[in-house]
Ligand binder design. Sequence first.
Ligand code: SF4
Ligand code: SF4
Ligand code: SF4
Length: 265
Amino acid sequence: MNKILQETARNLLAQTRVDVIIGYEEGYDAFHARPVFISSIADVDRLIFNQYCTNNLAVYLPIHKKLKIGIVAKGCDVASIRELIKEHQIPDENVVVIDVVCEGATERMDAKCAGCDGKGIKAVVGVDKVGDEVERFEELSAKEKEAFWDKEFARCIRCYACRQICPICYCPDCFVNRTMPKYLNEAVDNEKNKLFSMIRMMHVFGRCTDCRACSNACPVGIPLHLLTKKIAMDALELFGYVSGQEQEHPFSTFKKDELMEKGWE
Ligand code: SF4
Ligand code: SF4
Ligand code: SF4
C-alpha cells in the first residue's frame, strides 16, 4: 500500500493540485507512526500507512484552511472532514482525500473499529460494543452515575489534550480561555474538571463523529468515549442525525412543530 500511497502523493504534488500532503510517517520505531506534512516530492517516500496510523489528521485542516491539502484519511476520519466542510472550516475544493484501507478492526482490534470493514470512504461501520456499554451505564441510578464520573474526573489534570486533538474543537476563542465570564479557574478541582468536559460535550453535540481521538489522547485514561458515544446515540435517537453525513445539523435547523411532535412541549 505504501508504494501506491507515495505515487498518489507524488502525482498530486507534481501536478500542483495540492500544496501539502498530510499523512503518516514511521515514528521512533516500526511499531509507531506519527503525522507528517510533506510539501516536497523528494520527501514523499516518508509516507506510510499501516495499523499504527491511528491519528485523526482532520484536526490539522482548520488551521491550514488557506492551503490546498491532500490528506490521508481512514473511513472514519472522512466523516470529520465532511463535518469541517459543512461547518465552512475548509473549502471543499481545497481538500483532496487520499482514501486508505484501514486495518483497525482486523490488525489493531481497536474497540471503536468493531464491525467496520475498513474500506476507506466506502467503509461500512458495524455494531460498536461501546454502545452496549453506554446502555448498561444508563441503567445505573443517578447517584451511581455521579459516583462513576466523580472518580474518573478526579484524575483529570485539565491538560486539554482532548480539546487540542479534536478536529471540531477549532474555536480560536474557546470558553476555557475566556475571562469575561470566567468559566474555569486555574486550579484543578473535580467540579471544574467535570464542568469543562460537560460544556465541551454540549459544544460538540451533533458535530462529534465519535472518532475517539480525545479518549485515546487522554493521558490519564478517562473513558471519554462513553460520553462521545452517548451524544452520538442521542443525536440519532432525538434527531435522526449522524455526524459527518450529508444532513443538516439539528442545531442549525428549526421545525415549527418539532417540540410538539416530539412531546417536549
Ligand atoms: S485529556 Fe483527559 S486529563 Fe486532559 S483535560 Fe481532557 S479529560 Fe482531562
Ligand atoms: S470523539 Fe472526541 S475528538 Fe473525536 S470528534 Fe468527538 S469530541 Fe472530537
Ligand atoms: S470546547 Fe467548545 S469552545 Fe472550546 S474549542 Fe471545543 S467547541 Fe470550541
